[in-house]
Each structure stands twice: as structure tokens, then as C-alpha cells.
Design a protein around this ligand. Sequence first.
Ligand code: ADP
Ligand code: MG
Length: 581
Amino acid sequence: MNKLETLRHYFGHDSFRPGQERMVDALLSGRDCLGVMPTGAGKSLCYQIPALMQSGVALVVSPLISLMKDQVAALKSAGVPAAYLNSSLTPRQMDLAMERARMGAYRIIYVAPERLDTAAFRSFAMNTKLSLIAVDEAHCVSQWGQDFRPDYRRIADFVDSLPQRPPVGAFTATATDRVREDIVKLLRLRQPAFASTGFDRPNLYFEVIRPESRYDALRAILRLKGLDSGIVYCATRKNVEEVCAKLQAEGFSAGRYHAGLSDEERRSSQEDFQYDRVQVMVATNAFGMGIDKSNVRYVIHYNMPRSMEAYYQEAGRAGRDGEKAECILLYSKQDIITARWMIENSEPNPDLTPAEQQAVKRQDYQRMNAMIDYCGETGCLRQYVLTYFGEDAPDRCGDCSGCCGSRYDYAEAAKRTKRRRIVLPDDPSDMASDRLQPTKLKLPKPGESGLFEQLRACRMQLAKLHHVPPYLICDDKTLNDMVRRRPMTAEGLMTVHGMGAVKAGKYGAAFLRVIREYEGTRTTVTVNQGSEGGAKPLTLKERNELRQAYLSGVPIARMAKNLGRTEAEVRAALRRMDLIV
Ligand code: ADP
Ligand code: MG
């Protein structure tokens, strides 16, 4: 298989995204590379594709257990044998995994940096053909980044000690020039190929709200969110506890996450969120890098974060699947006092000299000021963000509260919600179809939201059956594409975004059943209605043909001719199928 076939077969994508191909090519030709791409850009594929196209096993260094688990589960779900080695395994499980690795059972192994130094792992690495080494979240190597991990400093020595040095690829979402230089220097990359795809995330909407009561604003927004997944970031543990308790008391499906909880509690809380058992996660920034959940539809900051770097990273956890998502910041002047307190009282890094510590603190204040400016920005928020990260951006993006005014006239929304609250049924699925939308939001077309919810429920069933989080079955983008295309056959399903051969084979039948049933009932309804002035409704087969023709851009006159129908009949049918208005 060539690289495009590999992309299609395992991951169900038709083309590479910007930057990906350059990274893939570099690693395939044995060259080091560095990819700086925003969250959701698709960094994983940059090393997974070459790993699948070459003999030997690829090592991926990753900082967090949850990240590794997630990636390995995603790979397995796509039919790629993969494993992880970290401290969550018992010694026996570790021996077993290593044994299997030696026998060539895996194509990709995720490993925690502190494993690299252990005798067992070293002996494995010395005696195995390695196709490449990928360093994920590579900014962890730099103390100037957000998440310095001293263990990352061991990677270069490990690589240099190998009998044959495989190409090394480093990947990160956030890297200032300083961090970028650190990555090249400290990982000892050799003339790396470089790709940077820019920081813009076109599918994200940005808004800053300065509410009188944060909690009221939050509640009003969440009531509009139905079954969608989202994160609410708070500045302190205490805030998390309070907000989460209030939301739960009001009947929201909310969970909490912060560093003060036991390992077990954090694990189960994260899992509930990942498996869509809980819709809203209220958390401190401890709920961090480990979240690869692709269907997070909104990230709300209950407090101002300490820097634009932190904000963009946290907000960027929304909409990884590329579908529309919202990033909303609730700001109050009180936030400045809290932020200042945190800078003054943060633990000094013992590895730094006093002069360096002073420099870090100065930098913290500069970052905080930039963040305060964002909260007060009256122009385009996206432009502010992109300029901050050193990119050119147009004066207006047309998709933020700076350009278009608030999407949440939350006082108004709260009033309306209150009135409706009384009649809202207890069944959450009813709430979703009945969800309230502020006037400026585009309402889902009635027929479509029904099918989407059915497909979402089907995904939930599949997830339970296969013991993986729903978004690993497929992401929201895939469901939306199914709603748009309504494939009725296995071939049709393969044209849907994100449906590779493996996934279609594993899960396709269930989705097809839902779509066929849905289309079937709708056909009967239309027949009974007979509202088209005597025109004979189209058969299921005809409708299916029509949909394909419409999606491939065939003119209506030609569709009519091909089906032996009048143009009026075709138009009426397209209208019923929600394809035209
Ligand atoms: P990152 O690590 O850069 O944050 P991921 O590797 O987790 O991003 O990918 C984010 C999402 O983008 C995933 O849902 C993935 O399926 C999707 N994706 C990646 N590459 C492509 C592509 N070439 N075409 C379509 N979707 C893609
Ligand atoms: Mg990633």
C-alpha cells in the first residue's frame, strides 16, 4: 500500500491535511522532522502512516498514560496492532507485552519517557528493528513550555545509544521560537524537516462574556447544549467543587476533575466523560493533555486562565474532529487578583537559578497581561489570538463575539429556558431534540437532528459492545457526514468521512441498519401524506439514486430525465429529503 492507500484503509481519510505529507515523507526517507501543528491538526498520522508502511516497530514517546491508552485504543479500533508500556502495567503484564513486542506482534508501541532507561526496555530496543521514533508533545522537553517533563531529557541519550539510529520525529501544538529551538537542541534532531501549519482553528467560535453572575451565565449556556459534550475549566479546586455540585443539584449531567481527588476518582471521572456517560466535565487545568476526546463541542472557561498559551491549549480541546465547536470565556475583574496570587504563590522550580526564576516570573506577568487584554478585546478575537502567536490574520474573522456580538444573550436565554423548564421531559433524549437554541444559532433541520440522534445512540451501543469510548467508534464529523449522505450500502458507507475499510467492516452494518430504517419510515410517511398534488412519491431506491446524484452535483433537469420523472417531482423529493429548501 502507498501512503494514500494506507491513509484510506486504516483511517478512512481521502487526503492528507496541510503539513502531514511533508512529515510522512521525511520519516519514510529516514529523515528527522519537527511538526508544529495546532491541536486537532492530525499530528498522530504523521508518524502512524510511516510506521505502518515500514518493517520494524515504531516507538512513540508520550508523556501521559491516558494519552497512550487513548491512542492505542484508537489504533486497535482501526485494526492496527499496538501496545503501550507504562507504570499502569503490572510487572507481569509488562514482561508479557515486551515478549510479544520482541516477537513482532506490534507495529506501534507507546512508551513513557521514564521507561527508556530500564534494562528490560533497553535490551528490547537494542535487539529490535525500529522503524522510527516519534516524540509526541515534544514541548515537554523545554522548561520554557507549559508542561516541562525532566524525563524528556533522557530521550536524546536513548536514541544515540541505539546500534542504528532510526529517524526521529517531534510533534507539538504549542511552541514559541524558544521552545522550538529547545526541542531541536535537546532532542538532538538532525537537520529536521519542518512543518508548521499555523495556529488557526477555523471550526472554533470564540466569545468573551463579562457576566454579572458567572454561574447564571454558565447555567444558561449549558441549558442550550443538550447531549453535547463539553468542558468547564475553573481556576481553583474549590471552584470546581462548587460549580459541579450546583450543576448536579440542578439536574445537569456533570462530573469533576482536579488534582485533589484520588487517582481512582480521577480515573473514573475521566472515563465517564470519555464514554459520554457524563456530559459536562468541570475541571481545573489538571484535566489536561490526556484528553483526546474528539467530540468535545464546547470549552467554557469559568475563570480567566493564566496565559494565552494555556487558554488556547485548553480551548483547543474543543472540536478536534473539525466540526463546529465553541470556546467561551467568562471573565470578571476578580480574575486578575486570583491570577496574580497564583503567580506570586506558585512553587519555584528548584532546577532554576534565582535569576532564571525571576525571568520566569516576569514572563508569567507578561503572559497574564496579554490574557487580560484578550478579555478586554473589542475587535476580532481570532485576530488577537493569531497575532499573539506571531501570525498574520485578517481584521475580521466573522465567527467570534468581537466580530458578530454575543451568541449568548444569556439573560434572555435564561428567561426562556426557565419558562420551558417546567415542561421539559425527564428523558434526556427528548431534551436533545427539543433543545433550545438562541436565535442566532443555526437550528438543525428537523429530520436531520432525528437521524443524528439515532446514529449517536447506535454509536453508544457499539461503544458499550466493544468496550471503547464512543468517539473511538467514529467522531461526530462521521455521524454528520452519514446524515448528509445517508448511505444504504457498504460501498456508500465507505465514502463517509472517517470510515476506513476496517471500521466499516466492524461497525458498518449497525449504522446501515439505522439509516435504512430511518429512510424506510420516512418513505412511508411521505406516501401517506401524498402532499405533492398527485405526484407519485419516489421509491426508496430512486431516492437513494437521487441523493447520490444531488451530492455529486448533477443538475435537477438531468436527474429528472434519468429517473423518468418531472422536475417538479424531483424538486419535491429533494425538499422532503432536506437537501433543498
Ligand atoms: P493532534 O494530535 O494534532 O491534536 P490528532 O492526531 O489527534 O490531532 O487528530 C485529530 C483528528 O483529526 C482526528 O479525529 C483524526 O481522525 C483527524 N484527522 C487527522 N488527519 C486527517 C486527515 N488527513 N483527514 C481527515 N481527518 C484527519
Ligand atoms: Mg496528539
